[in-house]
Design a protein around this ligand. Sequence first.
Ligand code: RIB
Length: 304
Amino acid sequence: MLLVFGSINLDIAFHGDRLPAPGETVLARSWHISPGGKGANQAHAAQRYGLATRLVGAVGDDAFADQALTLLRSAGVGLDALQRLPGPTGCAGIVVDARGENQIVVAPGVNLDLRASHVSETLLSQAKAVLLQMECDAQQNQALIERAKAQGCRVLLNNAPARALTQDGLRALDVLIVNLIELDATARRDGIALADAPTQVRELARRHALTVVLTLGAQGVLASASGEPLLRLPALPVPVADTTGAGDTFAGVFAAALVEQLSLRDALVRGIVAAGLACTRAGAQRSQPDRAEIEAAMQGYVAA
Ligand code: RIB
């Protein structure tokens, strides 16, 4: 079982030709409301891939709460430890341009009230791996990471949005997943500022004896395990409609494939293919593929 500890949001997305500049109003062509949040998206991706997944997250006491849970429920994500807390459900405002690029602003609401203590020892002991992101309280993440390590559980952190990680925090991880902005923020904090991205990946992985995975969108993925030579894998070539949640799809499916004991390379390939498929449709969770679609698309990826 994969345990995801993280945020649940309701996404309000606007699709238009271009993103607004500061102070500018632009007209969108369409809008939609759908479930999101990095934690929820990653849990949904893993469950759709076919791995039993449980999400510990929080929704508020408002009208958004149940809407934010609809796709998690229909996919069968385990929600028995879900918290309903007083306050607003997390909400994201998303603008998507004609190329599928986006800008996102998140009001975390009760996601910031999620506590490591909401994960019982019994639940943690059943998890093969724990996957976290940074839309919740960083100290609560750290507390859960330490408990997970003590239980011998594999720990994966997607440092998104990027926060400062201490050396102890990095050392406690098995896998760190970042995009370019998040890699640079993490590496600078660790004193690796004036290096290119491949060097930062390898050096972070070597220093902290962990696997670092850098997601590069259309350029694919770079990864290094404990400073070993870089693995470079291309993206799935697809017509891009919306990149919202593509990184979450990657993280959820990659983590699920590791729990299935696939090799690093094979797990990365599944995450890449799933993320590529998610980019062909609008929305975060609602764009995520199931296992059959991922496996069918992998034939094309391997042959490429
Ligand atoms: O990564 C995409 C997600 O970021 C969106 O679903 C939004 O809710 C924000 O958390």
